[in-house]
Design a protein around this ligand. Structure first.
Ligand code: PMV
Length: 317
């Protein structure tokens, strides 16, 4: 039996602009997806009874599916198995990460599955190979769009600055409160919407992207100095700019304002927007008041640490 786990992520600054080569800053979080692989002669079975989605089980030969969330996780695991021509095994997926919410759940599943298969089949992949294979597989399943940020963070962990290349950054861990709006989002359609706005209003959206890039770059310095007030201000400005390009929603805004009203230094959506999650930087008194205010605004709220460990092999009990 072999198992590997990989973290989800938040984007602190720079989503959408990064698609046009502008720097973004992302951090791995302490919520993980775990993939366990067992030898199972004559069959290929994917199980995910412990996802934050609905529990399910699917036999790839009989093809029985029992939930839409299950289909999502299965698509990614099946793509990994196909890539490495893996068979005769049982794959079990467990995840703390809500799906289709901007927290990198599919990347964490793809990276953990690739790392577990690497061990199970002795593929000899380095971490760098795992990151690039996982990005290729995730991109193929999502049909061609997407920066390597999620798969790189799931593999390497910590913080990454992503633009035309990927730079690991040594920055302190932070506590953040994540608020999920409860609306699944579709990264591809949000990216297409923003990129089309950029084409139609380049002279306006271009400078917005430049401003977002300046926020990401300054954010790195403020995070290094643990200047929480400054970071919060940048989060609020970034949120305004994401609203300007049309990826905010009423539900996300309600969570953002609830968090700020409860004293958060700053709050913004994270990921593609159009649903999914937002993040808030809690005040010195801690995250519980902010989380409570976000729950009262009908969000699911939980505290996370950022800058956490990347993919790792897990002991099997
Ligand atoms: O919502 P997510 O986790 O899929 O993040 C999307 C981030 C974008 O910048 C909007 C797209 C990308 O590929 O970087």
């Amino acid at each position: 039996m072999t198992a590997a786990s990989a973290p989800g992520k938040i984007i602190l600054f720079g989503e959408h602009a990064v698609v046009s080569g502008i720097p973004a800053l992302g951090g791995a979080i302490d919520l993980r997806a775990k993939v366990t692989i067992d030898h199972l002669p004559g069959r290929t079975l994917i199980e995910a009874g412990d996802l934050m989605l609905k529990g399910f089980s699917i036999d790839l030969i009989s093809g029985q599916l029992t939930s839409a969330g299950a289909a999502n996780a299965t698509r990614y695991v099946s793509a990994v198995l196909k890539e490495f021509e893996a068979r005769d095994l049982r794959v079990k997926v467990e995840s703390d990460l809500p799906a289709a919410s901007g927290l990198g759940s599919s990347a964490a599943i793809v990276v953990a599955a690739t790392a577990a298969l690497n061990e199970h089949m002795n593929l000899g992949l380095s971490r760098k190979d795992i990151a690039s294979q996982a990005h290729r597989i995730e991109k193929a399943v999502q049909q061609g769009l997407g920066s390597p940020m999620d798969t790189a963070l799931a593999t390497f962990g910590g913080y990454l600055q992503v633009s035309s290349d990927i730079r690991p950054l040594d920055l302190p861990q932070l506590e953040m409160v994540v608020g999920c709006s409860g609306w699944a989002h579709d990264t591809r359609s949000e990216v297409e919407k923003v990129q089309s706005l950029l084409v139609r209003h380049a002279e306006i959206v271009g400078p917005i992207f430049q401003a977002i890039g300046a926020i990401s770059t300054k954010g790195v310095h403020l995070l290094r100095e643990l200047d929480l007030q400054g970071l919060g201000e940048l989060m609020n400005i970034n949120q305004g700019l994401l609203e300007a390009v049309g990826v905010g929603t009423r539900e996300l805004s309600e969570l953002v304002y609830a968090a700020r009203g409860a004293g958060a230094w700053g709050a913004k959506l994270t990921g593609a927007g159009g649903g999914g999650c937002m993040i808030a930087l809690p005040p010195p008194q801690g995250s519980s008041g902010v989380a409570m205010a976000m729950r009262q605004a009908k969000g699911r709220a939980f505290a996370v640490q950022t800058g956490c460990e990347g993919v790792r092999l897990e002991g099997c009990s």
